[in-house]
Every structure is written in structure tokens, then in C-alpha cells.
Design a protein around this ligand. Structure first.
Ligand code: OGA
Ligand code: MN
Length: 279
């Protein structure tokens, strides 16, 4: 069956069907998938049925899978993490933990954050549990010229547990917290492959703009977040079982929604692939 391509959102996101990733795509097919991802920022590959190792192997065609030790992983493959409705803050208050409930880009507290995240819907609820995305190229392009000039060279400190955080993050052992990296990243980054400029924000991990007083920094970051998450820049993914959604953390933010019916299960397998230091 040939690869079928369908636009999902107006300005971002596409879906492909007609491919079974249990067989690794040939070179030209893989190149088409990568092109579709770069053109659409979020790429959904429909109808998959993959055990953890074949999932990891298919995702390894897009980059180098990384370990994410803060999350649980499958028994079969340490590079396949588990995002589940059963997640609890084990070392904290033991309460239900929704990973990624506020607008963020993955792992921006790292010096070289993951470039792509792949989330595979193993069990999806009957309704709700959508993932929202926002287009950070469009958000940057839409800024007035004087704001662009003001922010083009600014840098921001990102932390695992920022004092500005808008949702709970999993508590980690003290030794791990002490060694948790923080990173200083440009507020406007250039995508290394498309060469386009994008706003680089993370509502949950940004601490402060370098060189600005706290109040001025907070005001600027709040204004930029408010700008970037306007509905006109968003795409909302409604999950179907067997979807793999691949997003580009270098030019999008995303957000989980825990609004599915109580008692229903949502189980996702997740792979991240290595990125470079933002510039
Ligand atoms: C993530 C994430 C969103 C979701 O895995 O990084 O933010 O909808 N997930 O589960
Ligand atoms: Mn995330």
C-alpha cells in the first residue's frame, strides 16, 4: 500500500497512512516522512501495532534514541518510556501526575534538549486526552518588528523545577535534583535543518531572561507565552489507538489534557531522540 498523506491542522500537522513500521521504511520513504515532519512540525503515523523494540527501532531512523531516566520505561526496552493515566508522584505526595499538563517543549532544562518526541497511543480513552500543539515559527513570524529586534539576542535560563512553573513536576531524589542540569538557551532559535527562526519557550521550565530584572523578565515571558498559545497558532490532536505522533521540539510547544473520563485508561509509549544545543 502506498503512503497516503493528509493535512490535519490548517497551518501545521499532517497524518500518513499506508505504512507498517514493523518493517523499517526504505530510504526514499524515510526521506518523505522526514520532509513531511519538517513541513508540518507534527506528523501522525496512523494505524501502528508495535512492540517496544520495533517502536524504538523505527524511531531510531529519525535520530538517536535517548534514555529519560525520570520516567518509567518498558521491560523490553529502556529507551521506550511509559506515559500513563496510572502515573503517580511516587517520591512526592503520591497523587496522580499528569506529565506535560502546561505548555512546554521537552527537556529544555538540558543543554542539548531532545530534537523530536514520539508518542505512540497504545490505549487511548474514548474521549478527551487530546494533545495540543502550537506553531512557534508562526508565533515568531507574527511578532511586530520592534519586538523581534528586542528579543532576537536574549537568552533565558531553563530549570527542571523553575520558580515560575505552572504545573507540578515529579519529585526526584535529592542527589538527582542536585545534579539536575539547567541551561541557558536563546529566546529565538534557528532550526538547524529548516533554518527558520522560532520562538523557544517553555512555560514550565523557564526561570529568567538573562540580564533583565525579575519583574521585567516575568512580564516579557508571560507576554510571549500568551502570544504563542493563541488559538490561531494551535493544532489539537485527537488520538486514535495506534497513532504515533512525532513532534519537533525545536519549533513547537505542546500540552497534555487530563480531561478523559475517570477510570478510563490512557497508555502511551514514548521515545525521544537526541538534539543539539539550540542556537
Ligand atoms: C510528553 C507529553 C503529552 C500527552 O510526552 O512529552 O507532553 O498528551 N505528552 O501525553
Ligand atoms: Mn512533553
Amino acid at each position: 500500500m502506498a503512503l497516503q498523506h493528509e493535512k490535519l491542522g490548517g497551518h501545521m500537522a499532517a497524518a500518513v497512512t499506508g505504512i507498517d513500521l514493523n518493517t523499517l521504511p526504505d530510504g526514499p520513504t524515510q526521506a518523505k516522512l522526514v520532509d513531511a515532519l519538517h513541513a508540518n512540525l507534527v506528523l501522525c503515523i496512523r494505524g501502528q501495532n508495535l512492540a517496544p523494540v520495533p517502536f524504538r527501532n523505527a524511531m531510531a531512523r529519525f535520530g538517536t534514541p535517548m534514555l529519560r531516566k525520570q520516567l518509567a520505561h518498558t521491560a523490553e526496552c529502556a529507551e521506550v518510556n511509559i506515559i500513563s493515566s496510572e502515573d503517580r508522584d511516587e517520591l512526592g505526595d503520591g497523587k496522580k501526575l499528569v506529565n506535560g499538563a502546561s505548555w512546554h517543549t521537552d527537556d529544555s532544562f538540558m543543554r542539548a534538549p531532545c530534537s523530536l518526541t514520539m508518542l505512540y497511543g497504545v490505549t487511548v480513552p474514548s474521549r478527551g486526552g487530546d494533545t495540543q500543539f502550537t506553531n512557534m515559527y508562526a508565533a515568531y513570524d507574527d511578532l511586530p518588528a520592534e519586538i523581534k529586534a528586542r528579543i532576537d539576542r536574549l537568552k533565558v535560563i531553563h530549570k527542571y523545577e523553575s520558580s515560575r512553573k505552572t504545573n507540578r513536576v515529579a519529585k526526584r531524589p535529592e542527589t538527582e535534583m542536585a545534579a539536575m542540569p539547567e541551561a541557558t538557551h536563546p529566546l529565538v532559535r534557528t532550526h538547524p535543518e529548516t533554518r527558520r527562526k522560532a520562538l523557544y519557550l517553555n512555560a514550565n521550565r523557564m526561570e529568567q531572561v538573562v540580564g533583565l530584572e525579575r519583574a521585567e523578565s516575568d512580564e516579557l515571558l508571560d507576554a510571549l507565552i500568551g502570544h504563542a498559545i493563541q488559538p490561531k497558532f494551535q493544532y489539537r490532536h485527537v488520538w486514535r489507538q495506534g497513532d504515533i505522533v512525532i513532534w519537533d521540539n525545536r519549533c513547537t510547544m505542546h500540552k497534555a489534557n487530563a480531561d478523559y473520563p475517570e477510570g478510563e485508561r490512557r497508555l502511551m509509549h514514548r521515545v525521544i531522540v537526541a538534539g543539539t544545543e539550540p542556537f
